[in-house]
Design a protein around this ligand. Sequence first.
Ligand code: NAI
Length: 717
Amino acid sequence: MAQYSRVSGAIGLITLQNPPVNALSAAVRQGIVDTVKRALSDPKVNSVVICGQNGIFCGGADIKEFGKNMSGPPLVPMIHAIEAANKPVVAAIEGSALGGGLELALGCHYRIAHSKARLGLPEVSLGLLPAAGGTQRLPRLIGVPAALELITTGRHVTAAEALQLGVVDMVTDHSTVDAAIKFALNVAGKPLDGRRISTYPCPRQSDLDSLFEEVMQKVRKSARGAIAPVACVQAVRAAATQPYLQGMEREKELMATLFTSGQARALQYCFFAQRAVGRWSMPSGARWDTSKARPVHKAAVIGLGTMGRGITVALAQTGLSVVAVETQEKQFMEAKQAVSGMLERGAKRRGVAPALDKISYSRDIQAVADVDLVIEAVFEDMALKKTVFQQLSAVCKPGTFLCTNTSGLDVDHLASQTRNPELVVGMHFFAPAHVMKLLEVVYGPQSSPQAVATAMQLGKKMGKVSVAVGNCQGFVGNRMLKPYLEQALFLLEEGATPELVDRALEEFGFPMGVFRMSDLSGLDVGWRVRKGDGLVEPGSGQPARIRKGRRYSPLGDLLCEQGRFGQKTGRGWYQYDKPGSRVAKSDPWLHNFLEEYRARHGLVAHRIDHQEVLERCLYALINEGFRILEDGIAAGPEDIDIIYVFGYGWPRHRGGPMFYAGMVGLAKVLERLEHYHHAHPDVPYLQPCSLLRRLVASGSPPVHSWREVIKKLHSQL
Ligand code: NAI
């Protein structure tokens, strides 16, 4: 709702009231319409101030109302009525003015912001555009290039930047409402003709066509198939080239298309899924809600290689004291330098002092005796990790949480090496650990809810999206990746090229196709793991394509034997100008190699199209996702989807693999898996998972009700 009061004799003060962010719900919109009418008809009132309660102006539309039948007054005429008022209306912006909140402020005649306020039009991140005149007023106010940048990225700006851009008229360090009231008293009675943004012409811009063409190209490239940023450009183009009312029509039309698109639904699903993933309980029923978390003031990192360095930086940037332990002299010196460099660069970017003094380095594990939590990041070697956990268990004070960053080793086995296995969890960061948002928190049967809650909470403090998952080989993300990677190799054997497979996946929306990605992360990593698993047949020249009774592709092993490790050696699935170079170029050697390989194994290449690439790679991955749900390794489809969106580059506008399966239609996914399994009976993971069959049999319910089906399935087991 909106509360009305009269202050300082002649000011009508309207306060939006809808905790926590004063979202523009139907009741709030009705309140605004009523109170504005009242203020304008009150003869004692000369001007009006609109503010929000509890230090927040307005966080925008009420996302809970999306997809439901709209009730209450619509936003556009409400904002028009404010702009058309014959008394000055001043927006007093504290906290945030986002989306519809900023559009409301743009309908006011003046805007005063608190210095700590943030402003922005983030609709694009939900697959929408600012459809209450935002795309038409903002370019008229601040010019086309700046408006395009803000609207297509959804970026929030500080009050200082908003002032510089001309979005607000004044910034104050004191009470914004007091400043706005004073301001409103001053401007009372002054003409308002020059203050109605919709009447402004768009600032002139030379060579408008080429500007839009350039921006459109840039946006299409970075949007990777998302349609909202493109629609934002089209709407701003209408502002720049058409009269206001026609521009508003265009804005409405574009919004209608976006609103009903699957992409907006996917992005809104991700928005809610991200908030939901921290809240679930372990299969035992024990909860890890954050109230159980123990505060962590001092942490330790063991092993300062690629991952340990990033984790140390991320911890120090969070404000924790960190003890960083590395045993090898050379690595120790290099790591110290690298960590300082990363901290300095990060601090420079964020305009703060680098947290160098938060870290103490040691070559002796005894230095971790008094820390609250340890993250182990030594080589991926079970024997070594076991020794480290035994040492930690002996050295650390009682109650210290012991976490491992292993990407796949058995967390339970490590826990069994310690005196208190309930204190052990996996904290699986992604490279580079100070940049990547995802954290898988891996719990075993003995991990205590407090240990899980503490790791989840620490992840959150570090700015990560933490998802709790059960312990199994590869956890959630890497377990699902395995069939995806393997299908890509099989496609090469059957006639595809790395270029074709990568193009199909990149057009789908992945930032990088599977082969460019493995060139980047290094082919040798998987090779070492496969060797450890006894899968690699050394030096036979013509290795078999079956291992342990199932189809196996030795292609990656053959490349590694030739020293083709990817970018680091300048050759992999592609060629590079020099080792370390990032520009992948098609490699005729590789194409010849594939032809010879097929000939040697009697494989006849067939024509593979993008559809087949997507179906085989993605449905194999999705099928594994269903198995993970069936096994109780992930609490729900949302958890899997968030892992894929934040850790594996799954395009957010496609909602994550499980949501995507629902969009495609579960029956279709099932039918295609059956088809491919029939064609490749030696690939067991193509056999459709029974949970998928069950969901199809129960009428393919929407993704948010899968948990119920899973629960029933578990209760029957
Ligand atoms: P790395 O080889 O770059 O670094 C390991 C470091 O541990 C080396 O500096 C080594 O000297 C040090 N170390 C070995 N024994 C030690 C001991 N007893 N005490 C202290 N330091 C010791 O390895 P990386 O890539 O950083 O991986 C570390 C862990 O993180 C592995 O378990 C790996 O599976 C996991 N991981 C790796 C990812 C990646 O992309 N590299 C991603 C996610 C997890």
